[in-house]
Structure formats: C-alpha cells, structure tokens
Design a protein around this ligand. Structure first.
Ligand code: FMN
Length: 180
C-alpha cells in the first residue's frame, strides 16, 4: 500500500506525530510531504493522511490551500484527517471550522492526536508569550472547575496515533467510498 502523509508543523509536535504514525505503518510504503518544503499530489496513492497544527483557531494557510486545491482528488482516495492543538477540548470545533464537510464526511478517520504547549519549543518571543498565556489559561480554568472533568495540559496521544494507523489499515480492505 502506498500512503501519503501531508502535514505542517511549526514547533515539532505534528512532525513527531507523523514520525510515530510512519513507524506504525512500517510494512507500507509511506511518503512524507512537509508542505513547508514541497507539495506532493494525492493522485497515485492508496490513502492520504493529512493534518497540521492550529494557530489562532486555524490550520496553516498552506494546508488550507492544499485542501481547497485538491478537494476533488482527496474525495477519490481513502482519507484520514488529524490535527494537533493546545486546547484539545476544542478539537471538534477546529475540525468543523477548518476541514470542508465533504472531506470530513468522506474520511475514514477525523482524529485529534493531542498537542503540546512547551515554551522550550517556541520559535519566537510571540510563540513564547502565546504558549505561556495558553498554559496559564488552562491552569486557571482548573481552579474554577468543579466536578470530575478538568482541563489538563496537552501531550501527544500515542493511542490515538495507533488507532489512526489501525483505521488506515482497515480502510484499505474496503473499496474507496464514492462521495454522494
Ligand atoms: C502562535 C501560536 C498560536 C496557537 N494558537 C492555538 C489556538 O488557537 N488553539 C489551540 O488549541 N492551540 C493553539 N496553539 C497551540 C498549538 O496548536 C500546539 O502547540 C500544537 O501542538 C503545535 O503543533 P506543532 O508543534 O507541530 O507546531 C498555538 C500555538 C502557538 C505557538
């Protein structure tokens, strides 16, 4: 099986998730497409997995453009979608805002893979400030929450990555779902 993973990473979390996913798929031929370096087209692959980081509620523009430009081709292949973010409890909202409904409905998986908020990863003063602000926002919200649910600092979710790999392998047993 030939698989294409298209992604964008700013501070390394998405890249680490992609590396873990690639390891899970070690018996398959996997091409990585970091959109900050090159563009590979979806055609010719048995499956495409696509995802990236969230900044200010949005996917990076390169990924948004890829989704727009290649929507038709993506609807003709097996498709997995993922994202990494700091406020992991907002993942559903981010998926709805950033991925076309047609693609979400078509995908065999639409999955958050976690995220990281480490100031040591920051690439600029602005990154550092935002990461600091987001971390303090999460800690503050914990002080005010009662009951069982508490917002926690995010991390990469290896179980989710394993599940994404499983769903990908299962999807290849099925014919590609044609859009309605
Ligand atoms: C400048 C900046 C803006 C961010 N904006 C958001 C945001 O709006 N919502 C969110 O949930 N996480 C946000 N994050 C957290 C990132 O999505 C999270 O750190 C993710 O793991 C980054 O992936 P990457 O390391 O591959 O770039 C932001 C992080 C930075 C540095």
């Amino acid at each position: 099986m030939r698989i294409l993973i298209v992604y964008m990473s700013h501070t390394g979390t998405v890249r680490d998730c992609v590396d873990l996913l690639k390891k899970e798929l070690n018996s398959h031929e996997v091409d990585l497409c970091d959109l900050s370096e090159r563009v590979l087209l979806p055609e010719g692959y048995d499956a495409v997995v696509l995802g990236g980081y969230i900044h200010s509620g949005k996917l990076p523009p390169e990924l948004a453009q890829y989704l727009k430009s290649f929507e038709e081709a993506l609807l003709k292949t097996r498709l997995g979608l993922f994202l990494c973010c700091g406020f992991t409890d907002r993942s559903d909202e981010y998926f709805i805002k950033n991925f076309q409904k047609s693609l979400r409905d078509h995908a065999f998986a639409v999955m958050p893979l976690g995220g990281r908020l480490r100031s040591s990863d920051a690439k600029s003063i602005l990154d550092k400030l935002i990461i600091w602000y987001m971390r303090s926002n999460i800690s503050r919200s914990e002080d005010h929450l009662e009951g069982e649910f508490r917002r926690v600092l995010p991390g990469i979710l290896p179980d989710q990555i394993g599940l994404l790999a499983q769903k990908l392998k299962a999807s290849v047993q099925e014919p590609v779902r044609e859009p309605d």
